[in-house]
Design a protein around this ligand. Sequence first.
Ligand code: PLP
Length: 309
Amino acid sequence: MVDKVAKIWMDGKLINWDDANVHILTHTLHYGLGAFEGIRSYKREDGSSAIFRLEEHMIRFLDSMKIMRVKSPFDLNTLCRATVETLVVNGLAEGYIRPLVFIGDGAMGLYAPNNPIRVAIIVWKWGAYLGAGALEKGIRAGVSSFNRHHVNSSMVKGKICGHYVNSIQAKYEAKDAGLDEAIMLDTAGYVSEATGENIFIIRNGKLKTPQFGSAILGGITRETILEMARTMGYEIEESRFTRDEMWLADEVFMCGTAAEVTPVIEIDGRPIGDGKPGPITKAIQSRYFDMLRGRVRDYEEWMTTYTIE
Ligand SMILES: Cc1ncc(COP(=O)(O)O)c(C=O)c1O
């Protein structure tokens, strides 16, 4: 259950949580054309709070709308300001932020260009996405029987609501098999990403992740890790790789706003490396959290700070 907060920002104003309802003819509810974001804010060691890469997330939100041919009723500044306002009014020093754009009710049928475009920003408390212990102990994953979207059937650079039917199918399949997460191959058979995370493999000290131009969401955490890993002196390759190359890796991790940096210790029943979170994964994970918690101040341009009294 999501922990209820007092207010939700909806269509330009803050309203009570219980009033943030929609009509059953809401177009997106029927056809899935909407988009969302997932953003986190963190409480820092000095008592301040920081939203991580707010602007980049809101740019991707607007990009998703462009891909969907939806004209945003709000500009970048308004969306960013509204996010801070929603956290502050709810007294949330850290939490998860969910911007959502959807097509409201009006006409039905696929062609409904005049229906209202509605935008909400919801915030709530959210801990480790892949379960307690995932960040320290790592998770067990398996390759899904479901392929990731073909790049010319779903527009994979958008974080589009309907795309997640594919992720949900894969997630349920993995959970039913006793696993924590599913890894999805693209339609050519190469590793693409997990249901809500990008993936990195490491062998002989070199990091590899599928390139931006493949069937992946352009993860903001992925991009963050690439930049951090470069400054930490690791060799990096953005290229495709196969399922068995993953099995042969010394280390594997998944990353995303929700999952943060989560080690993967087993794939398809095969232990990765020695079956424990590896040293490079741990070094990247600890630098990631040092940055978010304000212990490392090299990335302040990524932080939107605010204070809860
Ligand atoms: C399918 C998918 N891939 C990757 C990611 C990671 O993206 P980000 O790091 O921007 O959260 C997400 C989460 O948004 C996702 O849903």
